[in-house]
Design a protein around this ligand. Structure first.
Ligand code: NAD
Ligand code: ZN
Length: 367
């Protein structure tokens, strides 16, 4: 029961395959698309301990010669130092442009490996084998790659689309529950952006998405298709792709305000609070009905995600300080705030020139 979602980008179109047990047949699928290619697997220690051997075996069985780069897990690995190590490993293995960099891991591994693939020999073949829910529904789709610098997250990178994405839903069984839940925030996000029927379906089926039945594959496929449609219309984020930032303006401010301390808040949790806030703020501005905001909050709460500032452990700065984190976020242009707001569930839109005074008043009410 493998589902295929095609990302239609002309001659760079590629398939995302979603299904249980895909890693076992990964070698054959890669060999079919990239005949004669050799490969380097980039992964992290957590993922390597659980899922590397089956991938290596399937490459071997398909006659693909491979080498492996294993990184320390965590966001710190997404920097210049690990990039340099990875680039050196690819060059040291004498891989060519036609050879494949295979990212086996979450978004950290995918972003770093994709960037290395994008710049080594001016662009090697790239294959994603995402192993976190966030990576399967978000970071492996759309071609954004890159690293962090001390000046901020994701500030250095390139657009480099993969040739193939293999999302093995079975590997999610070893993902820590908290990481799964955080990834689910991005799943719900697609419903809230422009797929109200998907959001209603999630309200009815989320338990099976969590427990790993066929609904999990369906939810991931539906999410990939939702993101692919937006990316197809606006690959380089000239406009509409910004809708994918629903919940992220408030969310990024919370991540910054908690010092990116994953013990306090992981990205998806910040996005869950941010999405609930974006809906409440939209209701406050008389754009959306308070009932919709309540429905969003109820669903996120049901799956165990936070929706309120008071749920963030430890002290948070005041409303004015939170606003300054928002104003430092990159979605600000010329003093006016750009937000993704909504007219209701599945009706998000890009709102430019949102008055900072309104945001401040709202933040004061939230605290
Ligand atoms: P991550 O890669 O750090 O993975 C989360 C944790 O889960 C890590 O400890 C990892 O080792 C572990 N893990 C992953 N798969 C596992 C599995 N199957 N079993 C057990 N443990 C597993 O984080 P993430 O949440 O996957 O990704 C976050 C990153 O993605 C951020 O750097 C973010 O900037 C990036 N991102 C990129 C895009 C994009 O479009 N490129 C979009 C969204 C997020
Ligand atoms: Zn996100």
């Amino acid at each position: 029961d493998t589902v295929t979602v095609t990302v239609g980008l002309g001659e760079r179109a590629y398939d995302i395959l979603i299904g249980k047990g895909l890693i076992a047949g990964a070698g054959a699928r890669i060999a079919a698309r990239l005949p004669g290619a050799r490969a380097a697997i980039v992964t992290d220690e957590n993922v390597a301990a659980r899922h590397l051997a089956p991938l290596q075996a399937s490459l071997r069985a398909a006659g693909i010669d491979s080498t492996t780069v294993t990184l320390a897990p965590g966001e710190r690995s997404k920097g210049f130092e690990t990039l340099e190590q990875t680039v050196d490993a690819l060059l040291g293995a004498r891989l060519e442009r036609r050879d494949a960099v295979i990212a086996l891991g979450g978004g950290v591994v995918g972003d770093l490996a994709g960037f290395a693939a994008g710049i080594v020999r001016r662009g090697m073949q790239f294959v994603q084998v995402p192993t976190s829910l966030l990576a399967q529904v978000d970071s492996s789709v759309g071609g954004k790659t890159g690293i962090n610098t001390p000046r901020g997250k994701n500030l250095v990178g390139v657009f480099h689309q993969p040739r193939l994405v293999l999302a093995d839903t079975g590997v999610l069984d070893t993902l820590p529950e908290r990481e799964f839940r955080a990834g689910y925030a991005e799943v719900a996000k697609y419903g809230l952006i422009d797929q109200p029927d998907f959001f209603a379906w999630l309200e009815a089926n989320w338990r099976e998405v969590f427990s790993g039945g066929p609904a999990r594959t369906q939810a991931i496929a539906r999410s990939c298709r939702a993101k692919a449609e937006i990316v197809e219309r606006d690959e380089r984020e000239a406009g509409e792709r910004a809708l994918l930032n629903l919940g992220h303006t408030f969310g990024h401010a919370l991540e910054a305000a908690t010092g990116y301390d994953s013990a306090r808040l992981v990205h998806g949790e910040a996005v869950a609070i941010g999405m609930a806030m974006a809906h409440r703020f939209s209701a406050r501005m008389n754009l959306a009905s308070p009932d919709d905001a309540e429905r969003v909050e109820a669903h996120l709460r049901a799956v165990g995600l936070p929706t309120r500032l008071e749920q963030v452990p430890g002290a948070l700065p005041g409303a004015a300080a939170l606003l300054s984190y928002i104003a430092q976020d990159k979605k600000v242009s010329r003093g006016s705030l750009t937000f993704i707001l909504t007219r209701g569930i599945g009706r998000a839109f890009i709102a430019r020139d949102v008055p900072a005074s309104q945001v401040l008043a709202f933040l004061e009410e939230c605290r």
